[in-house]
Design a protein around this ligand. Structure first.
Ligand SMILES: Cc1ncc(C[n+]2csc(CCOP(=O)(O)OP(=O)(O)O)c2C)c(N)n1
Ligand code: SF4
Ligand SMILES: [Mg+2]
Length: 296
């Protein structure tokens, strides 16, 4: 499906309360157009819950279930199994959570569901921190980033650890489909969600979704942030179908400093910090390529 062929009908409607330029809202609006009406959503605490479903208002046009922070994948499993037991073979069950709810707190339930190859689509929208509760660091926060729990001062200066590689962790579960996507690369995004919709068994898509509020960037520059992340190699677009890895876009490997300069959360970083991050990006890109070659 081409972008212009996306249905006009909204499954996640206007009137939600996300901040201007929220990458998460862009992701959900578009992915729901692709997944369509026959979808059930399972979602824990996160920004998406608050901006899409705060009683008595709801932006979802499909059944929506709010669950505890830890158990999105377990609840989606139960939902899918109940539907199949009733003879419904087609309804898509989507668990969707933030990076905190996925890479940290919901990881155990997620790993279990993946290992059992449950028939669900799990989406992690990655804004690289616990945004809903006021910008705390998660396992998915990149090196150097300021958050309220990785403050900048005399003793420490931003996050000291590197971003957890969730797609690789999910690939290690040998599930039918794992992909990374970005709201700034919409045709690639459409292709991946269309593909995931058709596959049976466990599917995982991690979407890069900038957060102007937490990243401290201009609200008009969300798409630009995505493009810079992919061009610098901070975010690699790839997919793994039954063990075969394809890199969908080769990064230009422009200096990571270009990307860092555009966001307030990185403003304090020293030359040495930037070099540390650049070295990490270079190594990650080398590893991504090797992995793709080995698996292909
Ligand atoms: C067990 C539990 N711990 C903490 C919270 C508080 N809490 C609600 S949302 C949230 C942050 C969610 O972060 P993330 O999953 O990255 O989603 P985002 O808000 O960034 O979209 C936290 C810590 C909770 N609801 N339940
Ligand atoms: S804080 Fe960030 S993730 Fe949350 S609604 Fe605002 S822009 Fe979106
Ligand atoms: Mg988050």
């Amino acid at each position: 499906m081409k972008l212009k062929e996306l249905p006009d009908e909204e499954m996640f409607t206007r009137g939600h309360t996300a901040c201007a330029g929220c990458g998460g809202a862009i992701a959900v609006r578009n992915l729901m157009k692709i997944l369509g009406k026959d979808t059930v959503v399972v979602n824990p605490a996160c920004c998406l819950l608050i901006f899409g479903a705060t009683y008595p208002n709801i932006a979802w046009k499909v059944p929506f279930h709010h669950v505890a922070f830890e158990n999105t994948a377990a609840c989606a499993t139960g939902m899918a199994r109940a539907l199949r037991a009733k003879g419904d073979k087609d309804t898509l069950v989507m668990g969707i959570a933030g990076d905190g709810g996925t890479a940290d707190i919901g990881l155990q339930a997620l790993s279990g569901a993946a290992e059992r190859n449950e028939d669900i689509l799990y989406v992690m929208y990655d804004n690289e921190a616990y945004m809903n509760t006021g910008i705390q660091r998660s396992g998915s926060t990149p090196f150097g980033a300021w958050t309220t729990t990785t403050p900048v001062g005399k003793v420490r200066s931003g996050k000291a650890n590197f971003k957890k590689d969730m797609p690789q962790i999910m690939m290690a579960h040998n599930v039918p489909y794992v992909a990374t996507a970005s709201v700034g690369h919409i045709q690639d995004f459409i292709n991946k969600f269309e593909k995931a919709k058709k596959i049976k068994g466990f599917r995982y898509i991690q979407v890069f979704t900038p957060c102007p509020t937490g990243w401290r960037h201009d609200t008009a520059k969300t798409i630009e942030m995505c493009k810079m992340a992919v061009d610098t190699g901070m975010w690699t677009l790839y997919e793994c179908e039954n063990g075969k890895v394809t890199i969908n876009r080769k990064p230009k490997m422009t200096p990571v400093s270009e990307y860092l300069k555009a966001q307030g959360r990185f403003r304090h970083m020293t030359e040495e910090d930037i070099k540390t991050l650049q070295d990490w990006v270079n190594k990650k890109w080398e590893a991504d390529q090797k992995y793709a070659q080995i698996k292909s």
